[in-house]
Every structure is written in structure tokens, then in C-alpha cells.
Design a protein around this ligand. Sequence first.
Ligand SMILES: Cc1cc2nc3c(=O)[nH]c(=O)nc-3n(C[C@H](O)[C@H](O)[C@H](O)COP(=O)(O)OP(=O)(O)OC[C@H]3O[C@@H](n4cnc5c(N)ncnc54)[C@H](O)[C@@H]3O)c2cc1C
Length: 362
Amino acid sequence: MRVEEFRTGLRAWLDEHDLSPVHDKSLDGDMAQLSRVRRALFDAGWMRWGWPEHAGGLGGPTILRAVLGEEVATRGLAEPGIYSLIEVLAPTLIRYGSPELLAFVPLLLSGEETWCQGFSEPGAGSDLASLTTRAVRDGAEWVIDGQKVWTSLAQYAQRCLLLARTSGPGHRGISAFLVDMDSPGVLVRPIETMHGVDEFAEVFFDGVRVPADRMIGAVGQGWEIAMSILPDERSSCFWHRVAHLYTRLDRLLAAAPAGSERALGEAFLDLHAIRSTSLRTQHRRARGEPLGAETSIDKILIASAEQRLFDTARDLLPGVVEYEESPWREEYLYSRAATIYGGTAEIQRNIVAKRLLSLGDE
Ligand SMILES: Cc1cc2nc3c(=O)[nH]c(=O)nc-3n(C[C@H](O)[C@H](O)[C@H](O)COP(=O)(O)OP(=O)(O)OC[C@H]3O[C@@H](n4cnc5c(N)ncnc54)[C@H](O)[C@@H]3O)c2cc1C
């Protein structure tokens, strides 16, 4: 399937099949809407293009997934952050998982299941390699003890892509598992964000028994697996988010008073910069080029474009952020997280300085 053929067919199909949100604006509502959209797109085949056939997809270039996400975001069919989580977890499982584990992928693509990413811990965020959740082998099972935090959507998830320590310190001692969230010993405690949504959670693992065939890849391969997520997260996911941000720029253009052109132009330029950079990243990925430290530039650009956009809304529409219970307020507050999740702004700048500009450690 070629990109233009896919886009034209998809748009015609979406014009005929109205998937506009029918649920109330809440996290429960967003999750129900996401499942509805995924189910319909999966049954019609759109959700399966760009995913390999051996994982339940229909094949074709991965860029088709970016085109689909762009269309979903532009039409406001699903909340882009939760829609894109699939791009963080499924490609990695497909790359490293056994055929038995790959059988779970269609459940995710079709909206039947939600998965979460159990990486961060109270003492291990930027310094992820210091994580302490332990997995100890006991016959045909691993027994997991520890705590994760900031786990997005954990309270909705059926599975967790979990990193745990299977041997000594450092990144070589880390392994990855696909854990059933209804296993005895898993406790999920949602945390409310400052924009008033229980988007993430603390997750406790107390003697959780996981069958050995739920390990993703080999013992000690967890770090490599975690690092392999970045190119996926920073190509399709960012493309979806940029499409969403353009819809907000359009709203701002419609609402801003006369004389706002300069501020709007600056917000547009930031968005244009990340869209152009992201387009290049998509094409590099499509050509099979390895993506590495340079995707930190994409991360820096998207986080600053998002924050600039909502800062501009705050400045041009006085009061919408401070005093009103408006969508601007919620999105403004959420945009503050853009310089934290998926690698903080400081860490990305360190990577650019050290690995791309060879500026050394200081
Ligand atoms: C909305 C949201 C959703 C998230 N979802 C998930 C999820 O689903 N799964 C998951 O595992 N995690 C998730 N996270 C967690 C996220 O990955 C971590 O917040 C992030 O890795 C930073 O870790 P930390 O919060 O422990 O901060 P820390 O690593 O403690 O950093 C604190 C501050 O110190 C700075 N800092 C740290 N080290 C350095 C250094 N060497 N040089 C310069 N500055 C430094 C950081 O930039 C930051 O400003 C989510 C976070 C958010 C905000």
C-alpha cells in the first residue's frame, strides 16, 4: 500500500464512518473512545497497515502508522497522548518478543487491551539503569518485587512492559517482561496530575509470579530493549502530537484578538520546525537508517513548541489558563509535562552536547 493511496482511502472511509467522540470528556470517556476508534479502524484494516504480518498486521511501510495517527489527531477522534502509547510498546515487543508474545499485539491494535510501561521508579527516572525492582528465577517462573511510578494508564492496563533487575548493578543486569496486570500481588494506586486527571499511577509488585516465557528477549537484554523504544516513540508518536498541536494553533488563531500576529507567527514557526525535523526523522526511519542521539533534537523541539503554543494561548487569551475551567487550562498544565516525560529537557540537552557536539562531560 502506497502512502498517498492509504491517505486518500482512509480519508474517504473516515468521511463515511463518523468516529467523532461520543463519550464525556474524562479519562474514562477518552479511554472508551480510544477503544471504539481502534476497534473500528482495526476491523476496517486501517489500524493494521504498517505493522508486520507476523504480528497480526497487513504489512507496508511504518510511515502508514504516522499517516493514520495524523488523521486521528487532526479530526480529534482520540486523545493523542493515549493513542500514541501503542507506538511506544508494540514495536519493541514485535522486535524482541517470541512468537507467543507477538500473539498479544492484535489485542492492543484492536483496542481490546491497554498496556502500560513500567520503567520509572521512585529512585530511578533519568538514571533508569539504577532501577531496583527485582526478578528472581524460581523454577519455570520469575518472582517480581518492587515499585514503579508515573506508570501511565496502569489502572486500565491488562499488561505491563516491565523492566526488572535479574542480576547485579548497572544496565547489563536488567531484563524485560510482559506482565499480566491481574496477577496476584500487583497493586495499582492512581496519582492525580496537576491538570486533575488520574493519568498515571504507582504500581507495586509483591511476589508477583511471571511465567518464564513472558520474558521479552533474553536475560540481561532489558536495557537494549528499553533503548530501542526511543526511535519509535520519537517518530510516529511525535508526528501524531504535532498534528494535534496544529489543531490547537488553528483554535488559537480563531480566538486571538487582532494584533496577535507576531506571537502567533512565533508559535507557528516552532511547530513548523518540529514538523520539518520530524518529517526528516520519519523518512530516515522509512529508509531503515538507525535513529539515535539526534532524536534528542526532536524531543527538545517538540517540548518547546508545545509549551510555547500554550504560553501563547495564556498570553493572548487572558484568564483562560488562570481562572477558567477551560480546555486551554487543562492543556496548558499538561504541556508542562512535555519537558519531563520521554526524557527530560536537561537530559536531552546533555545528550546533544556530549554525543552530537562532542562538548565533553562538563
Ligand atoms: C505525564 C508523564 C507520563 C509518564 N509516563 C510514564 C510511563 O508510562 N512509564 C514510565 O516508566 N515513566 C513515565 N513517566 C516518567 C518519566 O519517564 C520520568 O519522569 C522521567 O524519566 C524523569 O525522571 P524523574 O521524574 O525521576 O526525574 P529525575 O530523573 O529525578 O530528574 C529530576 C530533575 O533533575 C534533572 N536531572 C536528572 N539527572 C540529570 C543530569 N544528569 N544532568 C542534568 N539534569 C539532570 C532532570 O532533568 C529533572 O529536571 C512519565 C512522566 C510524565 C510527566
